[in-house]
Design a protein around this ligand. Sequence first.
Ligand SMILES: NC(=O)c1ccc[n+]([C@@H]2O[C@H](COP(=O)([O-])OP(=O)(O)OC[C@H]3O[C@@H](n4cnc5c(N)ncnc54)[C@H](O)[C@@H]3O)[C@@H](O)[C@H]2O)c1
Length: 311
Amino acid sequence: MKILVTGGAGFIGSHVVDGYIAAGYKVIIVDNLSTGKRENIHPAAKFYQIEIRSAQLEEIFQLENPDIVNHHAAQISVPFSVKNPQEDGDINALGFLNVLNCCRENKIKKVILISSGGAIYGEADEYPTSENYAPRPLSPYAIHKLISEYYLAFYNHQYGLDYTVLRYSNVYGTRQIPHGEAGVVSIFITNLREGIKSNLYAFPDEPDGMVRDYVFVKEVVKANILALNKGSLDYINIGTGLETTTGQLYSMISDLMNVNEKPVRAEARPGDIKRSCLNIEKAEKIWIGNLKYLCNKRSRKRSIFLLIAVN
Ligand SMILES: NC(=O)c1ccc[n+]([C@@H]2O[C@H](COP(=O)([O-])OP(=O)(O)OC[C@H]3O[C@@H](n4cnc5c(N)ncnc54)[C@H](O)[C@@H]3O)[C@@H](O)[C@H]2O)c1
């Protein structure tokens, strides 16, 4: 089976590519290297440095004839999307539409779309938030992720295209870029190592920082492998169901690194939401407990410890 992974040179996409190749699949990567890196690319993958919005994408589909498309390419910064909603929509909604048109033209068997459970639900009334909760996105990034989900449902309805949507919580792991506005685990580790003060963004009524659900990239890779054959026409949260404030995360990392450096309190940024945490019962049910051990604070501490060791 041949899988085309968009964004396969990026943080999460490159781990997914590694997982697919280790599982014996052939992989084609499409990435414009805007944030992705050449060194992340698995040597056994075939790489095309192109833009998902370009007409050239259709040529790659015709040439490679993939069976499955896994769509990770995106503009990932929420604050950027607030400042530049049009550009975010151009990449994240219209870019995906171009991918979908190529899928339709080339009879792709299935699309795995990466959405954001950490963003699309907005400030929910239900925690941990399940897939049945009606999303109320509060940033252009979240809106365009949700639009992509709607387009996918339309392409299934109209053209019979199969799909699985994976709604990630906050992912951390190796290769995450420490500069920029996303990837707080990587930012804290890098800053603590280099003696740089970290910002701890917080709302006035939530002084210890925002509540997030942090999931290790290796678990996300497993979900992407399982999604090749399961979860048809379904929307599945991928997270841990564990709530952690940014302050707790900072303390855990600084303790593990044995660095006594306090963060600087800063105001929440445009588009930030106060709380997000995903209900992962559906993932556990569909994938028969494969993700169960995600819900374990000790395993999180261990994975962050390992991350510090290799960073
Ligand atoms: N990091 C998280 O915590 C998180 C949480 C929820 C969802 N996601 C989603 O997971 C996916 C991967 O995110 P990531 O954290 O690995 O980010 P990343 O920036 O490392 O990866 C995105 C990749 O897409 C590529 N790309 C961006 N725009 C492109 C374009 N127009 N054409 C071709 N390639 C393009 C980049 O070069 C990069 O390699 C994204 O869809 C993101 O929205 C991430």
